[in-house]
Ligand binder design. Structure first.
Ligand code: 3PG
Length: 305
C-alpha cells in the first residue's frame, strides 16, 4: 500500500519524519514529492499510489486520470477548493480535509495582520489600537471562532455572521450574533474573512458590502483571494482613504492596488496562514492517520464528497 505526499509548499521536516514513522508502523510506503515545479512530476508520482495527501496542490481531473489506483485524497488543511470533487467522486475516490488542525496558525496570522495594518505596516506614523474596536467575523468556523476569542483578549467587541452556525453556539463564546451580513459590515471596524471559496462566495465581498463599513475600516483576508471582488475593492479604496486591506495571498491586481494605495494594502508573498511547524505537524499527522484509517478500516470521518 502506497501513499503519496505531494506538496509544492512542503511540510516542516519534523512533520514528514513523523508521518513516515506512522506510515511505517502501519506497513504503508510513504512517497514524498516536494517543491515540484512541473505538474508532469505530480502526474508520474500519483500513477501507482493508493492514497494522496496534498496541501493547496491542485488535484485536477488530469491528476485523477493519472492516478489509476487512487482511493483516498486527504487535503491536509481546511479549504478543499483545490480538489476537483466531481472528478474524484466519478472515480469513487473519497476526499477529506483535516478541519481545525491548522486553525490556530491562521487565526494568529489574522490578528498579526490587524495589528500590522493598524500600526501603518510598522513604517512609522500614528496608528490605532485594536482595543475598543468592533471585530466582525465573517463565518464562524474553526478559524473564525479562534480569531474572535483572540480579538476578545485584545479588548475588541466581537460580532459574527454565519448562517450555518446556531446563535447559541456563537453567544456562548461571548461573541455577538448578527442576523444579516449587512449588519456585520455596518457595525465592524475590522472584518476578518473566513468563508470558503465556492460558486456562491467567489467575488461575494463586493462594493455593496464593503461600502457599509464605518470610517477607519480594515478588511483582513486569510480565507481565499477569490472571495473578494477585486475591481470593486479598487473602486471602494479610491473613494475611501480610510479603508485598508491585508490579505494572505496576493490578489490578481496587487500591482494596481499597491500603485494606487501604497501601504493601505498588504499581501503576503506566498500563502503563509498555515505555515507554522505546529500547524504542519497537526495537519500532516492528521492527514496520514486519516488516509491510513480509510485504506485499512474504511473510516471516512471528515469526508467532503
Ligand atoms: C487551508 O485551507 O487549510 C489553508 O489555506 C492552508 O493552506 P496551505 O496548506 O496551502 O498552507
Amino acid at each position: 500500500m502506497k501513499i503519496l505526499v505531494a506538496t509544492e509548499k512542503p511540510f516542516a521536516k519534523k512533520a514528514t519524519d513523523e508521518m513516515r514513522n506512522i506510515a511505517q508502523s502501519a506497513g504503508v510506503e510513504l512517497v514524498l514529492l516536494e517543491k515540484y515545479t512541473d505538474v508532469n512530476d505530480f502526474y508520474r508520482a500519483v500513477e501507482t499510489v493508493d492514497g494522496l495527501i496534498v496541501r493547496s496542490d491542485k488535484v485536477t481531473k488530469e491528476v485523477v486520470a493519472h492516478a489509476k489506483n487512487l482511493k483516498i485524497v486527504v487535503r491536509a488543511g481546511a479549504g478543499f477548493d483545490n480538489l476537483d470533487l466531481a472528478a474524484c467522486t466519478e472515480r469513487k475516490i473519497v476526499c477529506m480535509n483535516t478541519p481545525g488542525q491548522n486553525s490556530n496558525a491562521v487565526a494568529e496570522l489574522a490578528i498579526g495582520m490587524m495589528i500590522f495594518m493598524a500600526r501603518n505596516t510598522f513604517a512609522g506614523g500614528t496608528g490605532s489600537e485594536l482595543k475598543g474596536k468592533t471585530l466582525g467575523i465573517h463565518a464562524y468556523g474553526n478559524v473564525g471562532r479562534l480569531v474572535g476569542l483572540l480579538g476578545k483578549a485584545f479588548g475588541m467587541n466581537v460580532i459574527a455572521f454565519d448562517p450555518f452556525v446556531k446563535r447559541e453556539n456563537v453567544e456562548k463564546d461571548g461573541v455577538g450574533y448578527v442576523e444579516t451580513i449587512e449588519d456585520l459590515y455596518k457595525k465592524a471596524n475590522y472584518i476578518s474573512l473566513h468563508i470558503p471559496a465556492n460558486d456562491k462566495t467567489k467575488k461575494s465581498i463586493n462594493y455593496a458590502l464593503l461600502s457599509l463599513m464605518p470610517q477607519g475600516a480594515f478588511l483582513i483576508n486569510t480565507a481565499r483571494k477569490e472571495v473578494v471582488n477585486e475591481e470593486d475593492l479598487v473602486k471602494l479604496m479610491a473613494e475611501r482613504e480610510d479603508f485598508k486591506y491585508a490579505t494572505d495571498i496576493a490578489p490578481e491586481n496587487l500591482a494596481e492596488l499597491k500603485e494606487k494605495f501604497g501601504n493601505r494594502v498588504f499581501a503576503t508573498p506566498k500563502k503563509m496562514g498555515a505555515e507554522t511547524s505546529e500547524a504542519n505537524i497537526n495537519a500532516g499527522l492528521a492527514a496520514i492517520r486519516q488516509a491510513i484509517g480509510f485504506l485499512k478500516d474504511g473510516i471516512d470521518k471528515f469526508r467532503v464528497n
